[in-house]
Design a protein around this ligand. Sequence first.
Ligand SMILES: NC(=O)c1ccc[n+]([C@@H]2O[C@H](COP(=O)([O-])OP(=O)(O)OC[C@H]3O[C@@H](n4cnc5c(N)ncnc54)[C@H](O)[C@@H]3O)[C@@H](O)[C@H]2O)c1
Length: 442
Amino acid sequence: MILAEAPTTGITAAILAEKIRSRRARVGIVGLGYVGLPLAVEFARAGFSVTGIDVSERKVQRINAGDSYVGDVPSAILSPLVAAGTLRATSDFAALDGLETVNICVPTPLRKTKDPDMSFIVSACERIVSHFHSGMLVILESTTYPGTTDEVVLPMLSKSGLHVGADFFLCFSPERVDPGNPGFRTANIPKVVGGCTPACTEMGRLFYAQALEQVIPVGSTQVAEMVKLLENTFRMINIGLANEIALMCDRMGIDVWEVIDAAATKPFGFMPFYPGPGLGGHCIPIDPFYLSWKTRQAGIEARFIELAGYINGQMPHFVADKVQNALNDAGKPVKGSRIHVMGVAYKRNIDDMRESPALDVILLLTRRGAVITYSDPYVPELKLDHLRLTASPEETAAGADCVVIVTDHEAFDYPALVERARLIVDTRNALKGIRSDKIVRL
Ligand SMILES: NC(=O)c1ccc[n+]([C@@H]2O[C@H](COP(=O)([O-])OP(=O)(O)OC[C@H]3O[C@@H](n4cnc5c(N)ncnc54)[C@H](O)[C@@H]3O)[C@@H](O)[C@H]2O)c1
């Protein structure tokens, strides 16, 4: 919805656009996590002066020491930008007084009730409002339900008495970063942006075009918000389908991996998704519930989302059953067995543990009386309820009654694992092509 008649030209817009084009606009990024830090680095590399603002003093200190804590941002890239004074971090929101643009990249988790937790966005906006001034471009990047930018952020900023589309510019732009994916980085992932007014959209487009390869303007903030939810819901539901097909194949004694690989040879109308131990990360298990929460208010039940959520949520239980059955077939009860988990991050080649299905698998097996060890080159220690685990070398697998591959990191030596392990449950098809009676596949 366009809330104000926005001139696409105007003195404030013209001055800000000129500052952006000439890269004299001072850029602010609020929230320096997996999304915010790579974005800050990209704008600094494009020649902007960038200030990152985060409530975590530890993160601020590490950035100012040129020491990256985000896997996709090597310290070797961060450190020269900090040394040159192009990129700095602070926990003081007063820095906003001297900035022209602000991207908000704070977390958007779910409450226990699976309702959106907007507290991070609201608290960031409250802090921004105190230092809000004419001629600013504000872009929300946190994944959220359609309507957030216009219904939550805009009223807070408008209390300043400034007019959107004329005195300041407000957009939503979904973040699509894929941690651990070397082929796609912030700079070469096409960026969708939608503003509260046409002038806002144009300002957002102009801003991103300075640092990113491709920008796709859309007609409203709601469209931009919905784009992200469609993308992640599409993925969550298709993984749910792959998981349900895996459960069916298991019952019928069919190799689901072979089925999917063969189906994927169809050159049109099919896109492969793969089953696994469950969903993880800050996006796919969470974002679709932002949509279902919003649509419930409009009287529509998001049935695909609920169903896929249920099936995906069953997968850790299915994996625990698989492990227990494999042990029983080998003549061992799960109680007292030593089980070694390979990989605990939520996906391969990264250190992110948020919502990792490995946590559920470990808890379920512990409750059945198993003794757990794990290996993960990215996660040195693990705290889970009363459990405190430290990563052990891959060789530990040799002493286990059963090994479960939960996360298929490329760093693991799979042929050696098959040599040394007694029994392996492979939930990711990491041992594709390896034939052995020791292997039980999902
Ligand atoms: N991680 C991903 O792969 C990914 C991908 C696409 C979209 N997203 C979305 O991007 C958003 C950020 O995700 P993330 O993974 O970067 O989260 P993150 O937890 O890694 O980083 C968020 C940062 O915000 C800081 N923060 C929290 N409250 C703040 C406040 N009031 N003011 C300033 N800083 C504050 C935290 O200290 C943290 O450093 C979320 O909405 C997420 O859904 C994430």
